[in-house]
Design a protein around this ligand. Structure first.
Ligand code: PAF
Length: 251
């Protein structure tokens, strides 16, 4: 992959990169389309990164529809899919740890998550050597961590955050939505609806906390205002959903 990217670089071609864990949906494809428009070459990585999953999380059941993913990439004009089997030697011992943005929010229930994300994203940047890398805003804290890492470590990659893509019913697209039963999915819709309403209130965090308390079948994980966005995570059955909205006047 590195050699391929270097050959593009020598030919004066720019490289856009969309890192993913596969199970591609319209949200990912929006990133790919933007990368396609803004670069000569587009690379998608598909790698379910074990170091960002906690011991009790869904690493083993994370969906891996490889054939469908490759077909989507081909149809979208992706130049290369980088899908390694492993990125970690057995005695791997070097980590990237961002220490401010990766506190609070999702890190409260997923304490090792952002160390795994920052480490694998820097590794992927070093392998793919992109000019620009595209990330969905749905994972707001991930964007914050990666932007800070790139700034602090002088990584020569432009991070491009892209607005969240939603289904017609308002639910933010996520590979994990496929875990929801039809019944759970119906219940989950209160989450994006209340989040949107909350983002227009004077005290959005308190408003959302209270509103979600009244919804049957949704259990709140956290609500937190960070970097001008109202961020929240909830449990619907055994599925954890995250979402965020810019807060009025704070963008
Ligand atoms: O957002 C994701 O899918 C992952 O966290 C990423 C950025 C591909 C790193 O494994």
């Amino acid at each position: 992959m590195q050699q391929l990217s270097q050959s593009w670089y020598r030919a004066g071609e720019s490289v856009g990169f969309v890192p993913t864990m596969g199970a591609l949906h319209r949200g990912h494809m929006t990133l790919v389309e933007k990368a396609r428009r803004e670069n000569d070459r587009v690379v998608v990585s598909i790698y379910v990164n074990p170091t960002q999953f906690g011991p009790k999380e869904d690493l083993n059941k994370y969906p891996r529809p490889r054939r469908e993913d490759l077909a989507l990439c081909r149809a979208a004009g992706v130049d290369a899919v980088f899908a390694p089997t492993s990125l970690y030697p057995e005695d791997f011992s070097t980590w990237v740890e961002e220490t401010v943005q990766s506190k609070g929010r999702c890190a409260v229930s997923r304490p090792i998550h952002f160390r795994g994300v920052a480490t694998v994203v820097l590794k992927l940047f070093n392998i793919v050597l992109p000019d620009r890398a595209y990330f969905g805003r749905k994972d707001a804290q991930q964007v914050d961590v990666i932007e800070r890492m790139v700034r602090d470590l002088d990584v020569p990659v432009k991070v491009v955050p892209v607005e969240t893509v939603r289904d017609a019913d308002g639910l933010a697209l996520s590979s994990r939505n496929r875990y929801l039963s039809p019944e759970e999915r119906k219940r989950a819709l209160a989450f994006p609806r209340l989040l949107r309403l909350a983002s227009q209130q004077k005290q959005p965090e308190a408003w959302l906390r209270q509103a979600l308390r009244r919804v049957v079948g949704i259990k709140l994980d956290y609500v937190e205002l960070a970097n001008g966005r109202l961020c929240a995570a909830v449990w619907v059955g055994t599925t954890r959903l995250i979402d965020n909205r810019p807060v009025r006047g704070k963008r």
